[in-house]
Design a protein. Sequence first.
Length: 368
Amino acid sequence: MLRKRSKYTIFALLLVAFIALFFYLRMNKPKQLQRNAYQEWSANFVGTLDEKTYIKTEETADGQVTLSEAQGYGMLIAARAGQQKLASQKDFDRLYQYYLDNRLPDSQLMSWKQVIAENGEVETFDHNATDGDLYIAYALMEAAKVWPKKADDYNAQAKAILVDILAHNYNAELTILTVGDWATEDSKFHSLMRTSDVMPQQFEEFYQLTQDNTWLQLKDSMLDKLVLMSEQYKTGLLPDFMWVGEDEVKAAEANAVATEFDGAYSYNACRVPYHLAQSQDEKSQAVLGKMLNFFMSTRRITAGYELSGKEVHNYQAASFLAPIFYAAQKTAGHDKLVQQNKFIFMQDLSKEAYYEMALLTMVALEVF
C-alpha cells in the first residue's frame, strides 16, 4: 500500500513538473507565442473580399457578419503585428480599404454592421458605433508609426474620423461620448455612456494629433463618471452602460440598449481594465486598482458579474481574462492575477469566438 502511494506521489510530482516546464517554455518564447497568436487569428478570422479584407464575426444564413468594432480590432492587431515584423503594410492596407469602402454616406464613420453574402454583395447597416470608430482611428495612428512612408495618409484619415466622432457622437452638455450617431440630442440615449469608450491614453494621443482640447476634456470628464460609478459598490466594478447626469451616474437597467446584462460587468465593460491600464492618470489608476483588488479576492474570474460581485455566469472567457492579465502585468501587487490567468495563452484559439480571440491576440502582441 505504501509502495502504491509512493508511485502515485512520484507520478503526481512528475506531472506537476511537466506542466510547469511546459508553461515555462511556452511563456519564455514570447516571439513564438506572438507569432502563433497572430497567425491563428489571421487564419480563423480574416476574410477576403476582392482585394480587401474584413474580420469575420459570425456566419448567418444571410452571409458573413462583420462589425466596425471588429474592423477596428483587426486593423490594430495588424499594426501591432507589423511592429513585431509579423504583418506587412499590405495586410494592414487591405483591412483599411474595407473600412474606406464601408463608411456611412458623407461621413468618415464606418457602418456599424455589414453582412457579406456568398456572391460578394455587401449589405450595409445605417449608423455607427463609437467604439469601432475610436479603434479604427487609433489603429491608423499606430500604423503611421510602423509604416512612416504612409504616415501622412494614415494620420489625415484618423484626424477626419475624430472630427466626425465629435460631430456625431458627442454630448457637449455632459462632456461624454455617446454610444453612436443614433443617440441624438432628442433621444434619451443621448445621456447613455458605454464605459469601455473611456480610453484615456488614446484620448491624449487624439489631442496630440488634432490639437483639439475637447479630447482632454473628454478624458477628464469620462474618467470622473467612472470614478462616481466605482464608488457605488465595494467591488469597484463598472457596468457595460450607464446613464449620466450632471453630478450623478447610475448603471443601465437590463435590456436598456443591448442585452439583459447592460447594467452588469459584462462583455463591454470587460475591456475597461485594458484601456485604463494603458494610462498613468491618477483617476484611471484608482478605478483600475479597485477593480483588480476585487478580482484578487476571487477564486477564479468568470465571464461577468453583477456590480455587487455576484457571478452571472460560471464559465470563464478570454475576453474577461486577457484584459485583467494585461492590467495586472502593468500594475504592482497583482502577481496572483498574472499567474492565475496566463493559461489562456496556452490554449488553441477558438475558430468561433471572434471577440475573445481579438482581445487575447491584442494582449499577446503587447505584453510578450
